[in-house]
Design a protein around this ligand. Structure first.
Ligand SMILES: [Zn+2]
Length: 450
């Protein structure tokens, strides 16, 4: 039908028993492939664009809407057509579907993955993760930190997993980059050829590594770290952490920050001793030992509290990332971007000064129009000391002055050359007249000067 009216300008009505399909045909220029009957709707939209005809849209009370049974003769013409279409469609489905050979029927295959010797079809992501944690993570971490399997098992992995569910997407993203060594810190930025220097953007010394992020000596880093430990201290108090353990955690964080040695000693609480033997750095990096969980669980039980050691430790790991690490990363990034703004400004100043020096030449003053000569009253050295905005205004004004001078000069030049040409022509004519009279005279007087 659409094709038949394609070359004419007529009024046509598109009728359908589906409100949504009508709405899409009328207002949309594209239909999602998941929409019902998207193929028909998309072809109507496609043909519609090429038509000059005016289309209107009408809903038909069709087979889907007729609750009250009506006789076929009582239906409107459109309703009769809708009914007939429905019968034809149902008949076609019955006729053609069973005739199709089985091998033509292809359901497709769901997402699957090979893990070792097995192919899995369901819960692929969680199974891959489990396989990695069960079979590869320990090997990788044991290799990285020279652990034995027993060392790997001492870490409170359950609590780490629980804490990861509490993180926001952006912090999660930051942590995954931090632990895998993919943060865009100085060292990586140089490796990826984005930066020329790999020094720390805050203290401007050394190579910036992810461990430097927390141990930087810049005043901002120290201040942020101080605030972080205060926040962590308050949190530990609110969690009813035993004072001794709380003080030890805060004390050793401070020691680690100032790069003092963190050695175990017999006066410490049992989880702190275990962590010190294992390595304090792992605590700072959100990998505390299970001893904290056991210790806090027992403590809460003796205090008849309903809290658990597991939730305490999971929340502590969450705090390590969000209170200790993340503010340092944000602070460091603020330095990177402020530095860029500063260097952008200094680049602008340099460009302005170069432009000023190019414009400010000694012959310029003599050539300027009288009304613009005030621009050269200040010496170039004084102008260079002025703020950027002033220099910029001076340059703009000077450019206009030079342009106006050139315009007037070229007009003068044109006039001058016209005068000159006129004079030259006249002169030539006079000369030729002079020559003629001379030769006449010469003819009259045969005796030459020779
Ligand atoms: Zn630094």
């Amino acid at each position: 039908m659409m094709e038949q009216i394609s070359s004419k300008k007529v009024q046509a009505t598109i009728s359908c028993d589906n409100d949504r399909a009508l709405e899409v045909c009328e207002h949309y220029s594209y239909v999602n492939a998941k929409t019902k009957h998207s193929d028909i709707v998309q072809s109507i939209i496609y043909v519609k664009k090429k038509l000059e005809s005016i289309l209107s849209y009408e809903k038909v009370m069709g087979h889907a809407d007729t609750k009250k049974k009506k006789k076929y003769e009582d239906l409107t013409r459109l309703e009769q057509l809708n009914f007939q279409c429905d019968i034809i469609a149902k008949h076609s489905r019955k006729t053609f579907r069973p005739a199709a050979p089985d091998e033509m029927h292809y359901d497709g295959e769901h997402l699957s993955a090979w893990i070792g010797q097995d192919k899995i079809y369901s819960e692929v992501a969680s199974q891959v993760k489990k396989y990695f944690i069960d079979n590869l993570a320990d090997l990788e971490l044991c290799r990285k930190y020279s652990w034995r399997q027993a060392d790997f098992n001492r870490i409170a992995w359950d609590c780490i997993e629980k804490s990861s569910t509490m993180l926001t997407c952006s912090t999660n993203h930051y942590i995954s980059k931090h632990v895998t060594g993919f943060l865009p810190i100085g060292r990586n930025m140089v490796r990826r050829s984005h930066w020329r220097e790999d020094y720390c953007p805050r203290c401007k010394s050394g190579t910036e590594t992810s461990s430097h992020l927390l141990q930087c000596n810049h005043a901002d880093c120290l201040e942020t770290f101080k605030k972080s430990t205060n926040t962590l201290d308050l949190w530990l108090i609110r969690q009813k952490t035993p004072d001794k353990l709380r003080e030890e955690i805060i004390h050793f964080l401070g020691k680690w920050k100032t790069k003092q040695s963190c050695e175990p000693n017999s006066n410490l609480t049992s989880p702190m001793q275990a962590q010190m033997k294992f390595g304090w750095i792992h605590f700072v990096e959100g990998r505390p030992v299970k001893d904290f969980e056991i210790y806090m669980d027992n403590y809460y039980k003796t205090q008849a509290m309903r809290k658990t050691g597991k939730s305490w430790l999971a929340s502590l790991i969450h705090k390590i990332w969000t209170v200790l690490h993340r503010p340092q990363w944000d602070n460091r990034n603020a330095h990177v971007h402020n530095h860029n703004e500063e260097s952008e400004a200094s680049r602008n100043t340099e460009n302005l000064q170069n432009e000023l020096q190019d414009l400010y030449t000694s012959e310029l003053k003599e050539n300027l129009l009288v009304r613009d000569q005030h621009l050269m009253e200040q010496s170039m050295e004084r102008l260079l000391e002025e703020p950027d905005a002033y220099v910029k205004a001076w340059i703009e004004e000077m450019k206009v002055a030079v342009w106006e001078r050139d315009q007037i000069f070229s007009a003068d030049q044109k006039m001058e050359s016209a005068l000159m040409r006129g004079w030259m022509v006249k002169r030539k004519r006079n000369d030729s007249e002079d020559d003629a009279s001379e030769s006449k005279r010469n003819k009259n007087c045969p005796v030459s000067e020779e």
